[in-house]
Design a protein. Structure first.
Length: 610
């Protein structure tokens, strides 16, 4: 490993023109030269054999057959015979915070997998720390080799303070300020308050207007039915891309309205297989279809991969390899208006390039080049990235001034005994949405009886930003715990208060106090053990190295499985129980929130109080 400078400049094309044309005249040699590979040309949709790529500094000066005189004494030559040359993969919608990694360690994890850039919506840390949190993410990203384009969060909080309490609040002024921080502030992040857009909420309309006036684009999050006329209103408001497609019909509807349809394959939400059929079965033009991760926890980065895994998965669904690469490179760059810089291996673009071995459909990345420099080979980084220095407020953000006790998790009922019809949020494996059902739950001494013999768990949420001190409690189904157990977490999308799920009040208190004491994290408690994963950075991300966090994440998953919760990457699904902007029933510090065709509404826990 060699140590490199903390800053990785990505000069504008205009500044690089003299060197690029000097190379074309023969007055300058390439700094890096890739010789005789098969080029995945995502612009023409071809695979071209015996191609060479000459790089001068950070940008590509030449693509074509070998020409004598391009290589000098100091040129780094990479022999690519038998390999494919492709543009670095781009993630078109990603929350780095969901990996549980810092930006630097995320880069250490994904660069060896061929991801050279992405469009990152930092609305998780924004909901905790506001603009300073977003600025931390941007500044740290600028100290990595990734082409990290940041989006300013549109929904801080995700709905309104009436429905949830977050650590900050953004409006049009905050959006305008953040977008002025540089060209790598690329867009307005997913507009999750789509009812607010459709029904003319001044704050949401103002944020979109501020973004469009800054010459940026607006990303979307729309979960109403796609055959509803309100989707057209959403698009008319300037929202030009959306990642909440779960069926082929969703993709078709968005593309027909001129939007970019983002097809998601996160750790625990698997939508590509269904959505890609818009292209493979219905023949919809693929150029406005984008592959994205949305949320991938660090353990799935290690066990499955990142964009390399998603591209491979799309190919397995019947997509031509070159088309799948387009969906993770050029299409993505064009959507955000940066195709002059990234997304293809063409003259003038930044030299973000990957080499692949074997069958192209296997997406076996063996070398990653970022901004003209080899940064990873054979699955390992070749550069040592400098750790980022976080301010004190960023690592001390959990402000609950009391120790929780088992009594904090008791649910009092309007009846003293018998049963009571109770509203339950049922989680679904590999899906973001919940189902709302009613269950007759036993009551004893005026308290709801949830225990390990039940198929149900309690879910409780405590405000942790030091504002209202509010809390709420509800009931959740399909967790799977078959013994006394609880999980607590400060990753609770999107306001990231303290969320606790369990079937034993004492263990719920134990797990909750663990994450509060760690200043953020995840804890799984049983009668025999407690497994912890500290997340000091805003209660969302670890400050530890990639491999350390991966191991801790796997330990959390194993603890959940041991307790009976066997869902695929269960933590990812459970962390969404507080995300009130997705169907159907979720919890916030203000109570139970249901989303319907009418928008957001608070509902009671018991049916007779509805």
């Amino acid at each position: 490993m060699i140590e490199v400078a903390a800053k990785f400049a990505r000069p504008q094309l205009a500044d690089c023109i003299p060197d690029l044309v000097a190379f074309s005249r023969g007055d300058k040699n390439a700094t890096l030269f890739i010789r005789n590979g098969s080029l995945v040309n995502v612009v023409s949709g071809e695979i071209l054999s015996n191609m060479c790529v000459a790089v001068v500094g950070t940008r590509i000066a030449y693509v074509g057959p070998y020409v004598e005189g391009m290589i000098g004494e100091t040129t780094k030559v990479i022999e690519a015979e038998g390999k494919y040359i492709a543009p670095g993969l781009l993630d078109g919608h990603c929350h780095i915070e969901s990996s549980l990694l810092s930006v630097t360690e995320f880069a250490n994890g994904v660069l060896p997998l061929g991801t050279t850039g992405g469009f990152f919506d930092a609305h998780e840390i924004s909901n905790v720390l506001g603009l300073p949190g977003l600025r931390i993410m941007l500044d740290e990203a600028r100290q990595t080799p990734m082409a990290a384009y940041m989006q300013v969060a549109s929904c801080v909080p995700s709905t309104t303070p009436d429905f949830e309490t977050s650590g900050a609040e953004f409006g049009p002024e905050e959006v305008a300020e953040a977008l002025s921080w540089g060209p790598d502030m690329i867009a307005l992040g997913e507009v999750m308050n789509f009812p607010g857009v459709v029904y003319g909420d001044p704050k949401m309309i103002g944020e979109i207007q501020a973004t469009l006036r800054a010459g940026k684009v607006v990303d979307g999050h729309y979960t109403w039915p796609s055959n509803d006329s309100r989707l057209a209103a959403y698009a008319a408001a300037g929202v030009s891309g959306c990642h909440e497609s779960v069926t082929k019909e969703d993709v078709i509807a968005r593309v027909r309205l001129g939007m970019y349809a983002k097809m998601r394959r996160g750790s625990a939400w698997h939508d590509v297989a269904a959505t890609i059929k818009a292209h493979t079965e219905q023949g919809i033009d693929s150029r406005r279809m984008i592959l994205v991760s949305d949320d991938r926890i660090c353990s799935s980065l290690k066990e499955e991969g990142h964009m390399n895994f998603i591209v491979r998965h799309a190919i397995q669904q019947g997509v031509k390899p070159v088309t799948a690469f387009q969906m993770a490179t050029l299409n993505t760059a064009e959507r955000f208006g940066v195709a002059r810089d990234v997304g293809s291996v063409t003259p003038g673009t930044i030299a973000d390039i990957i080499l692949l071995d074997g069958n192209l459909a296997d997406v076996n990345v063996v070398m990653t080049i970022a901004r003209g420099e080899v940064v990873a080979e054979n699955g390992a980084m070749t550069l040592e990235l400098t750790p980022f220095d976080y301010p004190e407020y960023a690592v001390n953000s959990v402000k609950i001034g009391k120790t929780l006790t088992p009594s904090d998790f008791e649910i009092k009922t309007p009846v003293s005994a018998g049963t009571i019809k109770t509203r339950v949020a049922v989680v679904r494996e590999n899906h973001v949405e919940t189902e709302e059902i009613f269950v007759d739950v036993p009551v004893k001494d005026g308290k709801l009886q949830i225990n390990p013999e039940s198929t149900l768990c309690k879910m409780a949420l405590f405000e942790r930003h030091g504002k209202t001190g509010g809390s709420a409690i509800g009931v959740v189904g399909n967790i799977g715990f078959d013994q006394p157990a609880a999980i607590a977490m400060t990753v609770a999308h999107d306001s990231h208060n303290v969320l606790i799920i369990g079937n034993d009040d004492a263990l719920m208190a134990k797990a909750a106090n663990s994450v509060i004491g760690m200043q953020g994290g995840i804890a799984v408690a049983t009668n025999t053990d407690i497994v912890e994963l500290p997340l000091r950075l805003a209660g969302l991300m670890s400050t530890e190295p990639y491999e350390t966090v991966v191991k801790q994440s796997i330990d959390i998953n194993h603890a959940l499985v041991k307790a009976g919760c066997t869902m695929n990457y269960a933590f990812m699904t459970l962390s969404l129980l507080a995300l009130v902007v997705i169907p159907t029933l979720h919890i916030s510090d203000t109570g139970l929130i249901r989303i319907s065709d009418a928008g957001f509404e608070k509902v009671s826990l018991f049916a007779d109080e509805a």
